[in-house]
Design a protein. Structure first.
Length: 168
């Protein structure tokens, strides 16, 4: 291609791009004007209604549809639960505000630990996992709530070695 034809092709490309930009801006302006002319908001005492271009939306109906779920109430919180007498070891846990994601790693005496979710029955016991909290698991034993706490490992209160002491 010659330099002259490249120059013409470049000019045409700029012209087409400019035309597309003007069309997009014009369309946006028309939509904005139609929105301004056709929309109105009216509020009533019991229900908020929004009408946009002949579509009517009730805000109260949208809110009551619970599109993102229903918040769990905190009234089921158990503050004082006696320590369980079962021979269980709580090896670890994953606490979550959503019980579907909470898990507890529980071992029964010498048996290897198993993962339990809320509602699961603990193997070879009469207990079910009632809740998984940050530092304990609540167990339901025939309607009575008991707690199983994480074992805390106490570390010795010794100062770390200094660089000089480590080299000697």
């Amino acid at each position: 291609m010659s330099a002259k034809s490249l120059k013409i092709l470049g000019s045409l490309s700029i012209l087409v791009a400019s035309l597309l930009l003007v069309m997009a801006l014009w369309d946006a302006w028309q939509r904005y004007r139609n929105f301004q002319e056709g929309s109105r908001v009216s509020t009533g005492p019991a229900d908020t209604v929004v009408s946009v271009e002949n579509n009517v939306y009730s805000i109260d109906n949208i809110v009551s549809a619970h599109l993102f779920g229903v918040q769990q109430s905190a009234s089921t919180a158990v503050t004082a639960a006696p320590k369980t007498r079962l021979k269980l070891n709580l090896m670890g846990l994953v606490a979550s505000d959503d019980p579907r994601f909470a898990r507890a790693l529980i071992g029964l005496e010498s048996a290897p630990p198993q993962s339990y979710a809320v509602g699961d029955e603990i193997t070879r016991t009469d207990a079910r996992v009632h809740a998984v909290e940050r530092e304990r698991v609540l167990l339901d034993r025939a309607g009575r709530i008991e707690s199983l706490a994480l074992d805390r490992v106490e570390l010795a209160n010794t100062p770390p070695e200094t660089a000089e002491g480590a080299n000697q």
